[in-house]
Design a protein around this ligand. Structure first.
Ligand code: PMM
Length: 285
């Protein structure tokens, strides 16, 4: 064995784990559980203790069929939580389609704006993000939750998602957002009710345009479809956690920048396993 094979490998950065904190009464898997400020803050701390690198705070459910909440209501739900977590030194992402909510939460300490509409829902989003130094997640999105399932028509899902994300990136850059601050996301389950989710996972590099990638598969319906079999109640979102962890491992192996998950511990463990595996591969080349 040569000396080089014993050297500490120059591994690429490990995939980050983003813990989901829905401060909502109606999200599809955890709606109502962390709707109060104190319960939300306590849950965020639990996720960080379990390995979450950051916490994504959302005050508006985007489950299929969900109605929009008023801007003041959304802000009232998220702002005290964002402020408290940022003060506690936790890296906070704000999950919102509204520029005004994003702006207030960045002032309160959020360092990442997670916009499921990629800037389509609020024309002011690009300018607000451009005026800050935060990173911005542009998710592939076609329509609000009430109608999104009807927008699941693709001739070539990889090409169409790539082109639609590229158009969002172009518009954000035109608004002044620097391209290297944009993270892209395929929007699993958003206008993707059928098998269209899987090619996007299997071929991250073919639609991401070279940007960092966030994957949000946690507990989603398409995982339930895959794991359903006699005796397995895959209709319950929480029963999809093992499948979620498998996606985390594969996304980490494929070089995803981060995964957005409910069960931070399981995904954090999975990321560590992938890093150990990759490091051993590199060290024995
Ligand atoms: N999914 C949901 C909400 N926000 N944000 C990003 N960037 N990507 C996603 O896939 C995503 C998201 C819906 O899931 P939830 O109700 O469990 O939060």
């Amino acid at each position: 064995m040569t000396a080089a094979r014993h050297a500490v490998p120059a591994s690429t950065a490990a995939t980050l784990v983003m813990g989901i904190l829905n401060v909502t009464p109606d999200s599809f898997s955890d709606g109502g559980r962390f709707a109060g400020t104190d319960a939300a803050i306590a849950h965020a701390h639990r996720m960080v203790a379990n390995g979450a690198d950051m916490v994504d705070v959302g005050g508006e459910s985007t489950r299929p069929g969900a109605q929009r909440v008023e801007p003041a209501e959304e802000l009232q739900r998220v702002l005290p939580v964002v402020r408290a977590l940022a003060q506690d030194g936790i890296k906070v992402s704000i999950d919102t389609m509204r520029a005004s909510t994003a702006e207030a939460c960045v002032v309160a300490g959020a360092t990442l704006v997670n916009d499921v509409s990629g800037g389509l829902a609020d024309r002011d989003m690009g300018a607000v993000v451009a005026a800050t130094n935060v990173n911005y997640i542009a998710m592939h999105w076609r329509a609000h939750s009430t109608t999104m399932d009807a927008q699941d028509r693709y001739e070539d899902v990889l090409r169409e998602v790539r082109d639609e994300i590229a158009a969002r990136v172009e518009s954000l850059v035109a608004a002044g957002v620097s391209a290297d601050r944009i993270i892209v996301d395929p929007g699993l389950g958003f206008s993707k009710v059928s098998d269209t989710n899987w090619p996007l996972l299997a071929r991250l590099n073919e639609w991401s345009g070279g940007h960092r990638v966030l994957i949000g598969a946690s507990r989603k319906r398409f995982l339930g479809t895959v794991i359903a079999r006699p005796g397995i109640d895959a209709a319950d979102p929480a029963r999809r956690d093992h499948a979620t962890t498998a996606v985390t491992a594969l996304a980490a192996q494929a070089g995803a920048w981060a995964v957005r998950v409910h069960d931070a511990r399981a995904s954090s463990d999975a990321v560590r396993v992938v890093s150990a595996w990759q490091n051993a591969f590199d060290a024995t080349r």
